[in-house]
Design a binder for this molecule. Structure first.
Ligand SMILES: *Cc1c(COP(=O)(O)O)cnc(C)c1O
Length: 386
């Protein structure tokens, strides 16, 4: 073991691969279950898009969470992992007919609808099957989250959701339709949010809407506040489990729920990010003029976040105890953005060393591609390596 990694087991495995610390995942899930259990009428639907690895999904399902899916493929992955259809919600701006039909055939908990044309198609497809689809409307709350611009979703002019001014009209339309049933409101303001003030702003918006709807006698059974809780990428060991207590408490204390209203959460990253690590082997150490490069066998095809969002991941040399030197850590892909970190301090690196790229459990493996005709990364859990 070096730190939390069974590195004597790693030696035999072909790199690069994802390693999932399932002990940490289980601890995280226990805390989520305990914290959400303190709130009446609240459920967490894990956002499958963060990580759809079957072993990971099965563990999440064991702890009683539902699944938030954004495609037919994710619905299939959730069903395969044993999630009950009545705990599956289906969101996304562009649901294809086959995906809607799949949801209808399995009688999933609800469709989170993002536009009027989508509502009309769901009504039509449900009519063809002689069923009624439960729908929540995704409202664009026009709340600015203090996070990366590529991952804010809650501003007024945005492809996601229905604008505040239109919601009531859309609900009225749904109430005229025979094959959809309006059951609630859905929100999601962005990702990697660490400032509880952003969530508080969302809560205020929700309260305004609830007051407005009450005046007009519109019943809202479910309030789904989406996901977005961030994690500590800088210090994966210091805060390996996000502050779920604070997060759930913020919503529970600020949203003025009416009798019987259910509160739904859709956390993705916060559930799985810290349990995953990308393990990669150093192929070469190249001396440049002013710096040195550690060239890895993992690249942006295995973990795209640094290239896509300039995201920071902590990197450690888990094979070396030698004095620290500074490296640019890069992958083998033919793109200059294929860089995991610049000026990274690592214990002196030699060919063959294993580097751990931390906090990679969310939006890591699932975003892998085969660019450059590469194989997809493999994955192992703590249990696989016992
Ligand atoms: C991506 C997404 C989530 C999960 O976001 P995280 O930041 O991973 O918690 C939840 N709900 C919706 C609608 C999403 O698109």
């Amino acid at each position: 073991m070096k730190g939390q990694f069974p590195i004597e087991k790693f030696g035999a495995l072909q790199t690069p691969f994802y390693y999932y610390d399932t002990q940490l995942l289980r601890q995280t899930l226990s805390i989520i279950r305990a914290e959400i259990g303190k709130i009446d009428n609240a459920v967490e639907h894990y956002a499958v898009k963060a990580n759809a690895n079957q072993q990971v999904l099965r563990i999440i399902r064991e702890y009683g969470l539902g699944a938030d899916c954004v495609s037919g493929g994710e619905i299939k992955a959730a069903l395969q992992a044993g999630f009950s259809p009545d705990k599956i919600v289906f969101a996304g701006v562009g649901k294809a007919d086959w995906e809607i039909n799949l949801g209808l055939e399995h009688d999933i908990f609800c469709f989170n609808v993002e536009s009027i044309p989508e509502l009309e198609i769901i009504n039509e497809l449900a009519a063809a099957k002689g069923v009624v689809a439960k729908v929540e409307f995704r409202v664009n709350p026009d709340v600015k989250a203090h996070t990366h611009t590529n991952i804010t979703t809650g501003l007024a002019e945005n492809k996601f959701g229905i604008s505040l001014n239109d919601v009531e009209r859309v609900i009225a339309m749904a109430q005229q339709m025979q094959h959809v049933k309006f059951i609630g409101l859905h929100f999601h303001i962005g990702s990697q949010i660490l400032d509880m003030g952003d969530f508080a702003a969302l809560c205020n918006r929700v309260n305004e809407l609830l007051t407005q709807f009450e005046k007009h006698h519109i019943q809202v059974e479910n309030i789904n506040v989406g996901g977005g809780l961030g994690i500590d990428y800088q210090h994966p060991n210091r805060q390996s489990i996000p502050d779920f207590c604070e997060y759930f408490k913020t919503f529970n204390s600020l949203i003025k729920r009416r009798d019987g209203q259910m509160l739904h959460f859709e956390l993705g990253r916060a559930v799985v990010a810290q349990c995953g690590t990308l393990i990669s082997k150093v192929l070469y150490v190249k001396q440049g003029t002013n710096k040195q490069f550690a060239i890895l066998d993992a690249g942006m095809t295995d973990l795209i976040r640094p290239a896509l969002y300039q995201a920071y991941h902590k990197i450690e040399n888990i094979s070396s105890e030698l004095p620290v030197e500074t490296y640019d850590v890069v992958g083998p892909i033919c793109e200059s953005s294929d860089v995991f970190g610049k000026a990274v301090d690592l214990n002196k690196v030699q060919r063959g060393d294993l580097l751990a790229i931390r906090s990679a459990g969310a939006y890591g493996e699932i975003m892998a591609s085969q660019y450059n005709c590469r194989e997809l990364p493999r994955s192992y859990t703590t249990e696989d390596l016992l």
